[in-house]
Every structure is written in structure tokens, then in C-alpha cells.
Design a protein around this ligand. Structure first.
Ligand code: ATP
Length: 234
């Protein structure tokens, strides 16, 4: 479904992504894990068109998307939930969700999507008229994910959904990620919480200093003592 081949991204003189290659098959949950500053967010931004490549190629369902702008990439079926959520805090929950449907115009379908999202996140339904900035951190994360789902993505990119949330809320969010995947959306999950991410994902890529260091089955990585020492405990 998605294939990155040798992509390179620079911020001025900083070589943030160095020949990154990765593949995601339809239906998978793939996680990209690594330390602070390793290049996780930049990888997601490159996929969603927010950062331009210096070189390399990104294909989505066989089509080159490197040179497309963000709205065109959303239209093809890729939706990005950025780090820090970026919800519209002065707008209500409903209005935030409506913004996520901006590329679509079929009213009946949009109504159906509201229903689906509210069944996935009953808490958002209870708070649908509330101003988004007054929601709890977990609710804001739910809203950010709900808003991304309003564009009916085939692939959703999640940037550290667990950030700053209490363990019990993190569990809830990860269980929702599984539900989203079961309902047919492929997931690329960026996380610093490697244990949680490996538990939910099928496959994982480990990124360090802008390079992919290894790729493998998540559950194998979870039980590999050597890898655990190197990546998961410190
Ligand atoms: P974090 O979890 O801290 O966000 P990350 O793995 O997502 O880490 P990136 O945000 O992708 O890392 O950053 C990769 C590298 O690029 C870092 O060295 C970072 O300082 C640098 N970088 C990121 N954004 C910019 C920017 N807008 N301008 C300059 N350098 C940047």
C-alpha cells in the first residue's frame, strides 16, 4: 500500500532522514519507534506532504506522491494526526470534526461518519457542543483521531498518540487504534512508548539518528532480550 524508497529529508544543514525505506501492506498496523529526535515525526510529515524530500520516492497504491501537496494526499486516502494534536481549541467538538470532512461534500456520508466516530468515541458524543480547548488531554487526542477519520482515510498516520496521557487513557487510545484497524484502516503509528506500540502492532521499524536500524515482527522484538536492552529500557 505504502512504499518509501531511500528518502532523504534535510532541515537546512540537518540531515534528518537518511535513505529511509519502509513498506506497509494494506490492513497492517506498523509502528515506527525510536528516541527523541530520531526522525519519526519527520517521516510522517514526508508521507503526508508536509516536508519535501531531497531525494527518494514515496508510492501510495502504486502512485508517486512525492510531489503532491497535502490536500491531494488526503484525497488519495492518507490522514495525519500530528504530534501535540493541533485541534482547533476555540471550536466545538462537532466543528472540529466537520473540519476533518473538508475534502468531501456528500452530506449523507458525512452524517454517517459522525455516527461512526461517535460510536467509536462515546465521550466525544457526550461533549459534542463543548469547546475543544476545554477537553481533557485524552479527549483531545480522541478528537484529533476522530477528525482525521472524517476524511475516510485508507491509511492513518498517528504521531505519538500516548504523549502526556495517563496510563489508563493510553490503554483506551491503543484499544481504539485496534478497533480502527479492524474496521479496515491501515495504521502507521509513531511512538516513544515502545512497549505499548509493539503490543498493538504487527511489524515495527526502529529508527535511530535518521536511519532505519532494524525491521521485524513486533512480538519477536518484544521478547528479544538484546533488543529490549538496546531500545526498550532506556
Ligand atoms: P520527537 O519525538 O522528539 O518529535 P522525532 O523522532 O519525531 O522526535 P523529528 O521531529 O523527526 O524526530 O526530528 C528529527 C531531527 O530533525 C531532529 O534532529 C530535529 O532536531 C530536526 N528537526 C525537526 N524539525 C525541524 C525543523 N523544523 N527545523 C530544523 N530541524 C528540525
Amino acid at each position: 500500500m505504502l512504499e518509501l524508497s531511500n528518502i532523504n529529508v534535510y532541515y537546512g544543514g540537518v540531515h534528518a532522514l537518511k535513505n529511509i525505506s519502509l513498506k506497509i501492506k494494506e490492513g497492517e498496523i506498523v509502528t515506527l519507534i525510536g528516541a527523541n529526535g530520531a526522525g519519526k515525526s519527520t517521516t510522517l510529515k514526508a508521507i503526508s506532504g508536509m516536508e519535501k524530500l531531497r531525494s527518494g520516492e514515496i508510492k501510495f497504491n502504486g502512485e508517486d506522491i512525492n510531489s503532491l501537496n497535502v490536500p491531494s494526499i488526503v484525497k488519495l486516502g492518507i490522514s495525519h494526526v500530528p504530534e501535540g494534536r493541533r485541534i482547533f481549541s476555540k471550536m466545538s467538538v462537532m466543528e472540529n470534526l466537520e473540519m476533518g470532512a473538508y475534502i468531501r461534500d456528500h452530506k449523507e456520508d458525512i452524517k454517517k461518519d459522525f455516527e461512526n466516530i461517535f460510536s467509536l468515541f462515546p465521550r466525544l458524543f457526550e461533549r459534542k457542543s463543548q469547546m475543544a480547548g476545554t477537553l481533557s488531554g485524552g479527549e483531545q487526542q480522541m478528537l484529533a483521531i476522530g477528525r482525521a477519520l472524517m476524511s475516510r482515510p485508507k491509511l492513518i498516520l498517528l504521531d505519538e498518540p500516548s504523549m502526556g496521557l495517563a496510563p489508563i487513557i493510553v490503554k483506551e487510545i491503543f484499544s481504539i487504534i485496534k478497533d480502527i484497524n479492524k474496521s479496515g484502516t491501515t495504521v502507521l503509528l509513531v511512538e516513544q512508548n515502545a512497549n505499548m506500540a509493539l503490543n498493538v502492532a504487527d511489524r515495527a521499524y526502529i529508527i535511530r539518528n535518521g536511519e532505519i536500524e532494524m525491521e521485524g515482527n513486533s512480538k519477536k522484538i518484544l521478547v528479544d532480550e538484546r533488543l529490549k536492552k538496546a531500545y526498550l529500557e532506556g
